[in-house]
Design a protein around this ligand. Structure first.
Ligand SMILES: [Zn+2]
Length: 427
């Protein structure tokens, strides 16, 4: 196994885990009524751990101190071989964990369990947008179909995975800390609407989705590409004046920035600087959600938060519905499946809305952050069907009495303030 750390200029040398680890999911099962409030009785949580999953080695990794005789076992891992390894137990006061939970949480959130994707489009000698959008969608659908023939990955769980949050809850319980999130206004969960505008056609159609929001009193975040299509400053100023947020979707949607050398990456981010400064943009979403450790290391040059990591997508994702830190960067994960993903998989309109609703409902129970992304580009949601689907979901969102609906930037700032995450240039 290798992950992007090696490709991203991390110190050379093999990761000791890399040679032995195989990301076979284990199952976590709670007993005795001790479990996160959003996990049902008898529900099994699938997850992968930063240890070899075979019983012998796993037991070895966990053997800091097994449960003493007579302790009540509160949770167990069932490893693929079928035997159960105690994960948590009670011996008097607080629950005790038999494994390093914080390390396991990072392993999931930072996607260390699988190699990140590298798209073939970055090798094309021309910009892949030169291929007509209908043909691009067709190609993407064939690729998705080929992927689906291999079977949907069993981990992370789709459409929402909370494995890292389950482990985080256990870790907080063992510390005696509260892990109940509180959102402004006493709301039980947070929600941000975002849009990536990939093409000039998308920019010209943004009003289609904007109107659906504003009719219901909602505002959103519009991630624009700095130097790939004509940006109308009047439109951007008007969006900002109406309470929307402007974010960055890179300098060019060529799917290469995440893989560039550091100097080139910095140069390309500088191309975004005038736009970032003019509209006080704080956030970045990488084109096609392509991400590397090197990109995360470079983004704080210009940005406060990144929003490029999906919660679950094709066998990858951060497995959390809460923001988290990557260095001085706040990561605001994309927690609801985006329109492009559902279209690549030919999910029909009614089901698209149903997937969004079910995902938001799950996140609501956890008390996390629902981040929905739609594209106003004509091949995605910038058409009559897309507008209708979007209208239906924002109608539903506006009706939630317990949602803090805000912009991605406000959400990232609120979370950073609570967690004491300073911006790189803070005193
Ligand atoms: Zn995009």
């Amino acid at each position: 196994m290798r992950n992007d750390a090696s490709a991203a200029g991390a110190p050379p040398g093999p990761d000791p885990r890399a040679t032995t680890f195989s990301p076979t999911p284990v199952r976590l099962r709670f007993s005795g009524g001790w479990r996160p409030p959003w996990v049902a009785e008898g529900e099994e949580v699938r997850l992968v751990l930063p240890f070899p999953p075979d019983t012998q080695a796993t037991a070895g990794a966990f053997s800091r101190a097994g449960p003493p005789a007579g302790a009540e076992v509160l949770a167990s891992f069932t490893v693929p071989a079928g035997s159960a390894v105690p994960a948590a137990w009670r011996d008097g006061g607080r629950p005790r964990l038999g494994f390093p939970a914080a390390e396991a949480v990072d392993f999931l959130r930072l996607e260390r369990y699988a190699p990140r994707r590298r798209p073939v489009t970055r090798f094309l000698p021309f910009h892949y947008h030169w291929v007509p959008s209908g043909l691009r969608l067709g190609i993407q659908r064939v690729l998705s179909w080929l992927d689906a023939r291999k079977g949907r990955p069993t981990f992370p769980t789709w459409p929402v995975d909370t494995a890292a949050d389950v482990l985080g809850w256990m870790e907080a319980e063992a510390r005696g800390a509260t892990s109940v999130p509180r959102w402004p206004g006493g709301k039980s969960f947070a929600l941000a609407l975002t849009h990536d505008i990939d093409t000039g056609g998308g920019f010209r159609r943004l009003g289609l989705l904007r109107r659906e929001e504003e009719r219901r009193g909602l505002r959103s975040t519009w991630n624009v590409v700095a130097a790939h299509y004509r940006l109308d400053d009047g439109v951007l100023r008007d969006l900002a004046a109406a309470g929307h947020e402007i974010g960055s979707h890179g300098d060019n949607h060529d799917n290469r920035i995440a893989f560039d050398e550091p100097a080139a990456m910095r140069r390309r981010l500088e191309v975004c600087r005038p736009l970032v400064e003019r509209y006080a943009a704080r956030g970045f979403r990488s084109p096609s959600l392509l991400r590397t450790d090197r990109l995360f290391e470079t983004l704080p040059l210009l940005f406060r938060y990144d929003a490029s990591v999906p919660n679950t997508c094709e066998g990858l994702g951060c497995c959390t519905v809460f923001p988290f830190r990557i260095g001085s960067l706040v990561e605001l994960p994309l927690t609801v499946p985006e329109d492009a993903h559902l279209l690549f998989h030919r999910v029909p309109l009614a089901d698209r809305v149903a997937v969004w609703e079910a995902s938001i409902e799950r996140i609501r129970r956890v008390g996390g952050v629902a981040v929905l992304n739609t594209h106003p580009d004509p091949q995605f949601s910038g058409n009559e069907e897309g507008r209708e689907a979007y209208g239906r979901i924002v109608e539903r969102i506006a009706a939630y009495g317990d949602a803090w609906v805000t912009t991605a930037g406000a959400l990232a700032e609120q979370w950073a303030a609570w967690n004491g995450v300073k911006a790189p240039n803070d005193p």
